[in-house]
Structure formats: C-alpha cells, structure tokens
Design a protein around this ligand. Structure first.
Ligand code: SAM
Length: 232
C-alpha cells in the first residue's frame, strides 16, 4: 500500500498548524495558571531563581532581558545594576507581573507582551538574557533559543533554568510523561545537549538546583563572532 507524498507546501502547512496548536495550548495553560501560579510554582522553584540572581550579581550589569517573565517572580530580586526588560506571550501572566512592578515600585523594569521566539529587539541588544523555566514551556524551544542568542551581544551571558530530561529510570519517566504534560504547558523530554546544540554558546557551568535537583541552572556565554543565524 502506498501513501501519497506530502508536497513542500503541505508539509509547511502541517508544521505551521502544529506550531499554532502548541502555541494555543501554552497560552491556554498559562491563562489558567496565572491567578495561582505564585502559590504553586513560587517557593518550590525559588532556589533556582535565587541561584541565577547570585550569578548575575557577580557580573558587571547592563541591559538584561528576561524571556517568559511570567508573573515576575524574579523581578524584585535583580540587583540594581541591571536594567530589566521582561517579555511573555501570556497577557494573564503579564498582568500579575505588572501588578508586582507597580506595587513594589520597581523602576528598573519594563514589561511587554511578546513571543520570545520572534522578538522585535535588534541583534546584540542585551548584556544578559535569562529564561527561568521557559525553554521547555515554549511551543518552539529551538526558535526561542535562537532568538535569545540573537538579541544577546557577543560575550554576553545567557542563563537558563530548566528541568532537562534525566538519565536512567527518571529519563524514561520524563519521556513517557512529556506528551501529557504538554497540556499542562511544558515538556520533560528535552536533554540539555539537544537544547543547546549548534546555538553558538559556550556552556560555562551547569548546576543542579531546586528540591531533588529537579532543575539545572545553566550559565552560557555567547561566543564572540557568532553569526546570529539559525543553526550556527
Ligand atoms: C513556567 S512559566 C515561568 C515563569 C517565570 N519565568 C518563573 O520563573 O516562574 C513559563 C512562562 O513562559 C511563557 N512562555 C512560554 N512560551 C513563550 C514564548 N514563546 N515567548 C514568551 N513567553 C513564553 C509562559 O507564558 C509562562 O509565563
């Protein structure tokens, strides 16, 4: 039995509709989470956020982008030598972040609704780019990372906090649960190596964070002379 081959056009349509479905799932999930996100994912994932802040406090400072800023749990923690721009696709999560910025009077923070996989910033705009628990929540993690690298200046810092697929029995569970967890707004089947492959990044450190070492804080530097193109 033979199946008709998909044309380039049909293939492009198939992938773009899959991306649209994933994007819709993500927005829907975070619209639901927004009112109680801080109570569920605040304290339990805070050690990872604090470790990233410690790392940043040792750097020179400058312009920092937080992609997938969510409800803004990291915003009050940024040292004052960083000027922060936060973006997120979810208006509901951003609305909580805006309330936090207002109530705490955070003057070094600007927020925008924007897809991290297609940002309006120019190349090499930021001295540091942070993504806390976002890479595996994004509908297209590879496009998100390409964009994070593009807007970071050469020699600038990228900090990623995330759960990556583990080895052994935990890795099998990560792989099996991932399709279900998509509906909850994230996945568990990506490895660190797959995620950062061919992104023009030098990985400086990777340390386990959070209870049961469930996440890693990965600190990278954008290589000088990075060509800013996908797959370099
Ligand atoms: C697990 S939450 C993390 C929020 C926050 N960074 C924290 O530390 O709690 C993931 C966030 O990423 C956002 N997100 C997912 N895909 C995105 C994308 N492509 N661009 C921007 N934000 C995205 C979601 O809307 C959600 O607010």
């Amino acid at each position: 039995m033979s199946f008709p081959r998909l044309s380039e056009h049909d293939r492009a349509l198939h992938y773009s509709s899959e991306a649209t479905v994933r994007s819709r799932q993500t927005r829907r999930a975070y619209a639901v989470y927004a009112p109680f996100y801080d109570r569920v994912f605040g304290r339990v994932l805070q050690q990872g956020r604090r470790s990233a802040i410690q790392h940043l406090s040792l750097l020179e400072g400058g312009r920092l982008l937080e992609v997938g800023v969510g409800t803004g749990l990291m915003l009050p923690l940024y040292p004052s030598h960083w000027t922060v721009v936060g973006v997120d696709v979810s208006p509901e999560m951003l609305s909580v972040a805006r309330g936090r910025v207002r109530s705490l009077g955070l003057r070094n923070v600007q927020l925008s609704q924007m897809d991290g996989a297609s940002m309006s910033f120019r190349d090499d705009t930021f001295d540091a780019v942070v993504a806390a628990y976002v890479v595996t929540a994004a509908p297209d993690h590879s496009a998100l990372l390409d964009e994070m690298v593009r807007v970071c200046r050469p020699g600038g810092h990228l900090l990623i906090i995330n759960h990556f697929r583990q080895s052994g029995a935990r890795g099998v569970a990560d792989r099996m649960l991932s399709p279900l967890l998509r509906y909850a707004g994230f996945r568990t089947d990506l490895t660190l190596v797959e995620t950062l492959d061919r992104k023009g990044l030098q990985v400086c450190s990777s340390e386990p964070v959070n209870p049961f070492s469930i996440s890693h804080l990965v600190a990278c530097v954008k290589a000088n002379g990075h060509a800013n193109s996908v797959g370099t």
